[in-house]
Design a protein around this ligand. Sequence first.
Ligand SMILES: Nc1ncnc2c1ncn2[C@@H]1O[C@H](COP(=O)(O)OP(=O)(O)O)[C@@H](O)[C@H]1O
Ligand SMILES: [Mg+2]
Length: 307
Amino acid sequence: MITARGLTKLYGSIRAVDDLTFDVVPGTVTGFLGPNGAGKSTTMRMMLGLDRPTSGTATIAGKPYAALAAPLREVGALLDAAAMHPGRTGRAHLRVAARTHGIPLARVDEVLEEVGLAAASRRRIKGYSLGMRQRLGIAGALLGDPGVLLFDEPVNGLDLDGVRWIRSLLRGFADEGRTVLVSSHLMSEVQLVADRVVVIGGGRLVADTETSALLTGAGGPRVRVRTPSPDELLRSLPAHAVAERTGDHEIEVAGVAAREIGDLAHGIGVRIHHLAEVEQSLEHAYLSLTGPASAADAAVATEGAAR
Ligand SMILES: Nc1ncnc2c1ncn2[C@@H]1O[C@H](COP(=O)(O)OP(=O)(O)O)[C@@H](O)[C@H]1O
Ligand SMILES: [Mg+2]
């Protein structure tokens, strides 16, 4: 379990993190979402004791990071810029970390195997691709077999195989009962794997909910209607309906239930060929929560979803 309570970080006059309160619970993957600059990395650094909160607290397994007796056995982390000595081999890098933290060296080969780096483990890190470095960073996070895992934008720069691999890895960790927090500025990267999402914007909490709940947005579900007479139907919708033409013979309506639209069409003698509630796209939900600042991200997210 990870908790944030009133967590706040000021850099000079910039409120990087502003009064965040949320829990990250075991057995789930929690997506930590927000546009670039929202405060995700700062929040995670405070959880890991790498940055001091201006006010508020972050705890892991009930304690601030600094109070954990064996931090690497409690929490593993992959941060944005994982510092690695380029002249070392991947295996040597992990052996140093293991030795420093009293972890048996045999564990190094186990985690190298787990992340698919066993074959490359005796090569120098400077020859590793970005994907291999990410794998090595994840191996480092796993060294102490921790119950809590934090990943800051782990799929940045990875190819599709890498993205899929990370997703299944995260799912597996949660299914084993671990607490998994994974940040991203792209909805599409976490929507397939996150059970819950915590969304922040400008350092503040904007949503803390089950991923599925994001799908039914504020105005209730949208209704898609196909009819040979869309204009006639549009004219007779109640004033509070928000409707748009989505095709020659198709409209989408928010604010009016499917049943009402069916009855209304029947009343005016308009034929209906299709009538269905449609789920709001998660990008759409994310955008409406985080505002136009993330429009560019959302465009990328849509591309990502199409891959
Ligand atoms: N070390 C720092 N010094 C000054 N400002 C910082 C520092 N780290 C982050 N910031 C600022 O804090 C805000 C949040 O940044 P960050 O946590 O990196 O966001 P995210 O990870 O969501 O992209 C940004 O405005 C960023 O410029
Ligand atoms: Mg960041």
